[in-house]
Design a protein around this ligand. Structure first.
Ligand code: ADP
Ligand code: ZN
Length: 738
């Protein structure tokens, strides 16, 4: 019993003058590291993974300081000892500084950032072993025909897993066990983790001139072995991936690891296969759908340096890299890099900070870079490498607007006649069409025709979305589900509930009706996932479908050779909310969607249905004048002191009781410290004023660019302890304004 042994240690050694103490950071929301005694036999240093007692339990933590002598006997509570040190390679100094930086920037306790690094505690133990069996050459005394079949297979001299052997021989596992007991088969133990393949690093020989120049610039950044940020800015299909793979190759040649960050939904089988083809080795993947054994394997491979290329969603930033030499952030403009739950952080921005701390290059890649990154180029902080042409003879799609005011649709229909005609033409040519609508489900609102009642979520201030395939109503904010009622819950009228507005399931009905015989793929995250989704993507690429109807799930990254027409059903959806980036986001999303068309030799066309054809962003999309749109967007943000010309931070105050929450928010509002260059707006009820039964109020800090917004908020909240169900969530550089 190790705990007892340690108790004895405490008794006998507690007074020894030469006691050592270390600070250990624990993966919890604590203000700092905790001190522990180091038992004499234990050799620990900064970065070591240790098990320490905390209250009645033990927890894993990281040694954060060098051990120091405990001079005088401390007057405070008695220190408890470190129980055990794990065998894993210590967390590097760089990662520890990164954790501290992320914590300070986002105003969260360092322990909560550390928690993101300790998501796979099982990986700290000994590697899992597997057992296989080999034939000894000995014939068992009793040789049944079944046993003979097994031994015949095992005579190849290789190590077999019992289940494989039984299956291949067509016998039960009892037969194999019998042979083990008879001494004919002997067990061998070996690590269960498949080793990572070693990538080949020969350069790409077929780059175009423009691509070769871009690749040269990126390789140069790698060769400097210093911090730099390069914005790789190229139209969709221009070969950005091909080009940054050259920087990956250069980094591997320098024996350093590479992290490629992608928005979770862009981490597709197709993309992984591309990297595998390029480097002759599968990259390590890191995302939420990994099995736990694979998680452990990747964690260990990253820590011991055998996983050279990691392709991951944002949380991959917190893997224990052995010697990271490059981060590529693909689709850098994506809001999905902002984590909104738990510790809020922006993975792109954290990646840049990581590069700066670790003195390595960072590449941000996008066809529609964020205004933030473009302004950093203007300011001379980021390098700019551009690719202006699509690879080969592929052309950028033409984009036309369909003015819905002059091409109205009937009630309950969403596809205008001009778009119908384009789809018909596309199908006649044997090509594929994508109809894009960024709304899951059947209808975003269900209304009672008799009394006007709207079906609302009981936990949130939101309408319930009908999902007809699943036969349920869903809240897209808290996940609440309910059956679709037969009578109106307010007035009991029968057959009075009607769907309002389109979701992609409803659009699919219209498509089936208007284009009979067309093979339709309906894609949204709630309908298909994982392996099934990958299968459908492959079938689309192989032209087994004629029309794809999809949400933003299909907007990015995919490469469908036969797709020549893109129709955007409702371009106005995302415009016009409180988000200062609404126009930019809409622009990016629509250009990405349009970019799905005509990726190979067939020319692509995109049609955008809009009621606001005169909006500057619609005009810019149609004319291809991106520069004009960006110039106007920059001007507006600069005037309004919005990011990247000013800074924002949000405080979301929430609680179960509306009055109490509002009172607390107002109290906070009154306590705002005076500061030059920063001001606070609110509190005001959040646009979604109730989520999961919690009432929400927002305070928005707006400040000059060089204003210390973290220091300001820390001073403001100093000494304030939310009580009961009240909570303050701080969001530095907010991307969501709900
Ligand atoms: P982006 O990342 O800019 O959208 P990709 O790197 O995906 O562009 O390239 C688009 C398509 O063109 C891909 O199928 C890619 O394999 C192909 N491609 C781009 N450049 C080359 C090249 N130099 N040689 C061969 N194929 C290329
Ligand atoms: Zn809800």
């Amino acid at each position: 019993m190790p705990a007892r042994a340690l108790d004895r240690f405490e008794e006998s050694d507690a007074t020894a003058a030469a006691q050592r103490v270390v600070d250990v950071l624990l993966p919890l929301a604590l203000p700092g590291a905790y001190s522990y005694l180091v038992p004499p036999h234990l050799d620990v240093g900064p970065g070591d993974y240790v098990r320490v007692p905390l209250g009645p339990r033990d927890t894993i933590g990281i040694v954060w300081t060098e051990p120091r002598r405990l001079g005088a006997v401390p007057s405070g509570p008695k220190l408890r000892p470190v129980r055990e040190k794990y065998d894993a390679p210590p967390l590097k100094d760089l990662q520890r500084r990164f954790i501290e930086w992320v914590a300070a920037y986002n105003l969260v306790p360092a322990g909560l950032v550390l928690r993101m690094c300790l998501r796979v505690p099982a990986a700290l133990g000994d590697p899992r072993m597997q057992t296989g069996y080999r034939w000894t050459g000995i014939q068992p005394e009793r040789l049944t025909p079944q046993r003979a079949r097994v031994l015949e297979l095992a005579s190849d001299g290789l190590i077999w897993r019992a289940s494989e052997l039984a299956e291949a021989a067509g016998v039960t596992s009892a037969v194999v066990r019998g042979l083990v007991e008879a001494g004919a088969l002997v067990p061998h133990h070996f690590p269960a983790d498949r080793p990572f393949e070693v990538p080949h690093i020969q350069p790409h020989r077929g780059l175009s001139n423009e691509q070769a120049q871009a690749a040269q610039a990126l390789r140069a950044a790698v060769a400097e072995r210093a911090f730099s940020v390069t914005l790789l800015d190229g139209v969709t299909g221009s070969g950005k991936t091909e080009v940054y793979c050259e920087a990956i190759a250069a980094t591997l040649a320098a024996d350093r690891q590479v992290l490629v960050l992608l928005p979770e939904i862009a981490l597709t089988a197709g993309f992984i296969r591309r990297l595998k083809d390029r480097f002759g080795a599968a990259p390590a993947e890191w995302h939420s759908a990994l099995k736990s054994t694979e998680r452990e394997r990747v964690w260990r491979g990253v820590a011991n340096g055998t996983a050279k290329i990691v392709l991951g969603a944002r949380s991959a930033l917190f893997l224990p890299f052995d010697r990271l030499g490059l981060i590529v952030v693909d689709e850098e403009h994506e809001a999905a890099f902002k984590q909104e739950e738990g510790v809020t952080y922006h993975a792109r921005d954290m990646a840049v900070a990581y590069g700066s701390l670790g003195k390595f290059p960072v590449i941000l890649s996008s066809a529609t870079p964020s205004l933030e990154s473009l302004v950093n180029v203007d300011r001379g902080r980021y390098r700019h490498v551009t690719l202006s042409a699509r690879h080969g003879d592929a052309q950028l799609p033409s984009i036309d607007l369909i003015d819905m005011r002059s091409s109205p649709v009937e009630r309950g229909r969403w596809i205008s006649e001009p778009l119908v005609a384009e789809v018909v033409r596309t199908l006649q040519e044997g090509e594929q069409a994508l109809l894009f609508l960024n709304r899951r489900g059947y209808a975003p609102l269900t209304l009672c025709r008799a009394c006007g009642h709207r079906l609302q979520c009981p936990n949130c201030e939101t309408w319930l979305v009908e999902h007809r395939f699943r036969r349920q109503l869903q809240c897209h904010h808290c996940g609440h589900v309910a059956p679709v009622p037969h009578v109106c819950p307010a007035c009991n009228a029968e057959n009075s509930l009607v769907p309002c507005g389109p979701g992609i399931e409803r659009l699919a009905e219209e498509v089936a009706e208007r284009f009979p015989g067309a093979r339709i793929a309906l894609l949204s995250s709630d309908l298909v996932r994982g392996a099934f989704l990958r299968e459908i993507f492959r079938d689309v690429a192989e032209r087994r479908y004629d029309i794809v109807i999809g949400t933003q799930l299909v907007a990015k990254g995919h490469h469908f050779p036969g797709l020549t027409l893109v129709g955007v059903i409702d371009a106005d959806l995302v415009l016009g909310n409180a988000d200062p980036r609404a126009a930019e986001r809409t622009y990016q999303l629509l250009s990405q969607v349009a970019g799905r068309a005509g990726r190979e030799s067939l020319p692509g066309r995109a049609f955008i249905q809009t009621y606001m054809p005169d909006h500057p962003l619609m005009r810019a999309l149609a004319s291809g004048d991106e520069a004009a749109f960006l110039a106007q967007e920059k001007r507006q943000r600069e005037q309004a002191k919005m990011p990247p010309y000013g800074r924002l931070a949000a405080l979301i105050i929430s609680g179960r009781d509306q009055l109490e929450t509002e009172r607390f928010a107002r109290e906070l509002g009154r306590r705002v410290p005076a500061a030059k260059g920063g001001q606070v707006f609110g509190p005001s009820p959040a646009p979604i004023a109730l989520i999961r039964g919690r009432y929400r109020f927002r305070l928005l800090v707006q400040a000059e660019r060089d204003f210390n917004i973290q220091g300001f908020i820390a001073a403001w909240l100093n000494g304030i302890q939310p009580r009961g169900s009240l909570r303050i969530d701080i969001d530095i550089d907010p991307y969501s304004f709900l």
